[in-house]
Design a protein around this ligand. Structure first.
Ligand code: ZN
Length: 134
């Protein structure tokens, strides 16, 4: 039953959506996952009222990390920063749709971390970590 999700992940990894960095981005942030060697650089163009008009990213690393970035950018374009703020880890797991080992979780969440830290600051991301551990 996971085949469909696996195929979707491979498709996103091989044909990434919104690939390529934006010029004059409103938000520009990058992060690494040293455990796997994944790297994601995300740029967003945000309107004055906080709507994400365009997203562009580049990165390298494993299929999970790259597919997650591709799917996430596809999902956030057209939404407001306020709406995007509600995206949590579970949302990413549901989006990928396959069971992930502990090591793979970091790969899957790298794009979300780049988005959250870039858009709302490191404190916001850390708060999410703390809330889940509590
Ligand atoms: Zn990885």
């Amino acid at each position: 039953m996971y085949d469909m999700y696996r195929e979707n992940i491979l498709d996103h990894a091989q044909n990434p959506r919104h690939h390529g960095l934006l010029e004059n981005a409103t938000i520009d942030h990058e992060e690494d996952n040293p455990l796997c060697g994944d790297h994601i650089h995300l740029t967003l163009r945000v309107s004055e009222d906080g709507t994400i008009l365009e997203a562009g990213w580049e990165g390298d690393g494993c299929a999970i990390s790259q597919a997650s970035a591709s799917m996430l950018t596809e999902e956030i374009v057209g939404k407001t920063l306020e709406e995007v703020r509600a995206i949590d880890k579970q949302h990413i797991f549901d989006m990928l749709g396959i069971p992930l080992s502990m090591n793979r979780v970091k790969c899957a969440l790298l794009s979300l971390k780049v988005l959250k830290v870039g858009a709302y600051g490191l404190a916001d991301w850390q708060k999410m970590q703390d809330e889940e551990e509590a």
